[in-house]
Ligand binder design. Sequence first.
Ligand code: ADP
Ligand code: ADP
Length: 225
Amino acid sequence: AARLELTRLVKRYGEVEAVREVSLTIDPGEFVTLLGPSGSGKSTTLAMIAGFETPTSGTITLGDRDITTLSTHKRNLGMVFQGYALFPHMTVFDNVAFPLALRKISKSDIRERVTEALATVGLGQFADRRPSALSGGQQQRVALARAFVHRPKILLMDEPLSALDKSLRRQMQIELRRLHQTLGTTVLFVTHDQEEALSLSDRIVVMNEGAIAQIGSPTEMYENP
Ligand code: ADP
Ligand code: ADP
């Protein structure tokens, strides 16, 4: 596992300064949430870590490696983003196998790892179904399995639960916490929901107008809102 370090990250879109000098160190295995209102720069920060956007200035390092301009597929990330949907024509198994198939892993290893990932999210019996035959919560769990099946260094999640209804959302929060403990992977999670941030995170980073406004553990945040 490696430390993720953002140093004075800036992203400008013309006149708009979406992210302003964000500096943040995330320890291996930590669950960190970016919390803030719409337009505060959370998605843009995540997009730069994912390699979807290039910073205007600043650096991103993973361990001793500068990944600021590295292409997405070389960063070894797992992602659950809105608009990063499951492939509807593929089975659940093939959806989860997809990141492994890209990596030239043997068929028997793929079978073993996909089976294990589906068991971890409690969907072993649904491997041969299409996503459309699953509930919203089950589809979200397939997306999660696909995000961690290749054992990424970091899991990036941008509002992964926002499409779910309240009770499913609560259930998925509990599952996410359990999954984080099982995998020990570093997680960077984006939400505008304060309650969700408090219940999930080791540490909460509050963003406002492109900058970090506050950082603390859920307990610290609860006591000094
Ligand atoms: P959040 O994820 O907190 O809702 P975003 O990172 O999506 O915030 O957006 C931060 C600011 O940057 C907003 O003002 C948004 O309109 C602007 N922005 C984001 N992406 C782009 C883009 N591709 N082009 C122009 N402006 C953008
Ligand atoms: P989210 O709600 O997840 O933050 P957004 O709706 O803000 O997503 O953004 C969705 C996509 O549109 C992103 O790729 C973002 O970079 C882009 N985007 C956001 N704001 C603008 C903008 N003002 N102009 C152009 N593109 C934008």
